[in-house]
Design a protein around this ligand. Structure first.
Ligand code: ZN
Ligand code: ZN
Length: 99
């Protein structure tokens, strides 16, 4: 079964899901002002709305089921930073007792 979905450029365009990518490419030339969603290329929005859409994009949950791409990034850098400061006193013995 091939469900019909709405064209992001014109909701009056009802296109079979298997054809939406090709349809979007054709419709795109008539609507160059819309930007593709980074999570789903079939989502097309004006730049001003894209930021808002990206935060609530339903496809983002498929890519990031925990819905925390920014926190994941922070968790990767934070332990490194902590380890670096833990490591300093060991690598520099003079650093320990100066008082
Ligand atoms: Zn269309
Ligand atoms: Zn999207």
């Amino acid at each position: 079964m091939d469900p019909f979905i709405s064209c992001p450029y014109n909701s009056a365009h009802r296109v079979p899901q298997s054809r939406i990518q090709a349809h979007i490419v054709r419709c795109q030339s008539k609507h160059p002002e819309l930007s593709p969603c980074p999570y789903n290329a079939t989502h097309r929005l004006p730049k001003s709305e894209l930021k808002c859409h990206v935060l609530s994009c339903p496809s983002r949950k498929e890519i990031f089921p925990d819905d925390k791409p920014l926190k994941v990034k922070a968790n990767i850098t934070a332990p490194k930073f902590l380890r670096h400061s833990d490591y300093l006193p060991e690598s520099d013995p003079n650093h320990e007792t100066w008082d």
